[in-house]
Design a protein around this ligand. Sequence first.
Ligand code: F6R
Length: 341
Amino acid sequence: QKGGFAHYMLKEIFEQPDAIHRAVHAVSEETLPSSLRQASSITVVACGSSYHAGMIFRYLIEPVCGIPVRLELGSEYKYTPVPFSDVIIGISQSGETADTLSAIRKGICNNVKTVAITNVLNSSITRSAHDTILMHAGPEISVAASKSFIAQVGVLMQIVNILSGGRCHDILDHARYALEQVLLTDLTEAVDLCSKAQHLFYVGRGVFYPVMMEGALKMKEISYIHAEAYAAGELKHGPFALLSPDTPVIAICTPGPAYEVMLGNMKEMKARGTPIVAFGNEDDGDVSDIADVVIPLPKAHMWTQVLTSTVLLQLLAYHTANRLGREIDMPRNLAKSVTVE
Ligand code: F6R
């Protein structure tokens, strides 16, 4: 059943090139719900990894389409005032998360159009929302989301692509191949460092901030190492006090608007003796001069690097948890769907 893999999670990570391909084709110009086509503002509601997918969506859609996105945790949405966007997207791979379901119902009560993005046909969310987009990731057994997360991001990227008149088509066409390229990356040195740590910090800027939030969530849930993500610019506002030679930082520093400032941030961390594992473009001498360990990302468009770095962060969490002998597919205290508030 595990197809020769030691764990379902590793199998599901390796299924991601196919999952992203199916997800991108799960919605088209013709099948995109009209509420989304006409929206001038969108609210996204989700929990956990699905929330991170929603946050990536916000970073991607706003500059390309100029559509403002309000992002809410499912569990907090009930405490917010009446929704004011044209449409609510509820993202839930299981389709059963109580808090995300109640957000959809709140939208309906307030006459707001709702769209569910889910992996499960006939799940509760599909019966509640006005429209559903199925992401077609295939069954996910491991409690930790991997291919369902990448499929959520794939669907959301495709929505941005459609709303922008196909501007991102080539990037999405390339996504399957891009993921295949990184699956066999050697992470031994990074795993050596992470598996000895009790605390890890994950930092990024812009769209790579939610990518790092997802990486940290994966690490904490399957390895039980305390891992926190910060927007890199926030470190100086408090968390810097925690940096020491015993608290490795996982950073991402790829060419783009945040590149120079991230290099500066990494130098400041380095000055505190903090070991740095950096995701950077392959052959980037500036990153390798600062970092203790470099995880190379193939040079590519920023959207592609969102996908490839996500997969590498999943693999980093997986191999660290495996080194520590954790129960990877069934982490303690967690369940695959959370049906109570
Ligand atoms: C983390 C993970 C959880 C879920 C969250 C929401 O790996 O799987 O954080 O993302 O419980 O679940 P869904 O997407 O089913 O609503």
